[in-house]
Write a protein that binds this ligand. Structure first.
Ligand code: T46
Length: 138
């Protein structure tokens, strides 16, 4: 697993003078079944979210409203994705450290997740993350 697997997925978009519609079907538009949905909102200016990795979890991160940046780090290199469109989702593969920063006022971040919530899947210590991430490299 590496940064090269993480990418922006353009989602279906039906444009209409009365408004646009986007939909997402697990395994059709994204590479996993959706077992959980959560959203982050009301983020104060200057605050950041994330700062952890996941051992197994796959996610799709969408800026439903407003904008924010997602910085992904696989232990070797980092990439910043600017999220500002409700029809683009960022696919995040396992073993990826993520920081969500630069939230605009009123931003809503929706996340589709491949697994139910499991604290044991989190890597919240960066040094531990590096050990496990680099241990998977061969
Ligand atoms: C991620 C980024 C983008 C639950 O009880 N169930 C849940 O499904 C989630 C996501 C969180 N929680 C609890 C655990 C904590 O007590 O909600 C509290 C806040 O969670 P956390 O500090 O992990 O929130 P973020 O915004 O730093 O991270 C979240 C996700 O946890 C994480 O998987 O990738 O959003």
């Amino acid at each position: 697993m590496g940064l090269e697997q993480c990418r922006i997925i353009q989602l279906p978009r039906f444009q209409d003078p009365s408004g646009d519609l986007t939909f997402i079907e697990g395994t059709h538009h994204i590479p996993f079944d959706i077992r959980r949905v959560y959203y982050i909102y009301g983020v104060p200016a200057g605050s950041q979210r994330g700062a952890h990795g996941h051992r197994e979890l796959q996610q799709l991160i969408i800026a439903l409203s407003g904008s924010f940046d997602v910085v992904l780090d696989d232990g070797r290199s980092k990439q910043c994705f600017q999220m500002n469109s409700p029809y683009n989702g960022l696919y995040v593969c396992p073993m990826m450290w993520r920081n969500l920063v630069n939230f605009s006022s009123g931003a809503v971040c929706m996340v589709l997740a491949s697994e139910h919530y499991d604290e044991a899947d989190y890597l919240r210590d960066y040094d531990r993350f590096l050990i496990e991430a680099r241990g998977q490299e061969t």
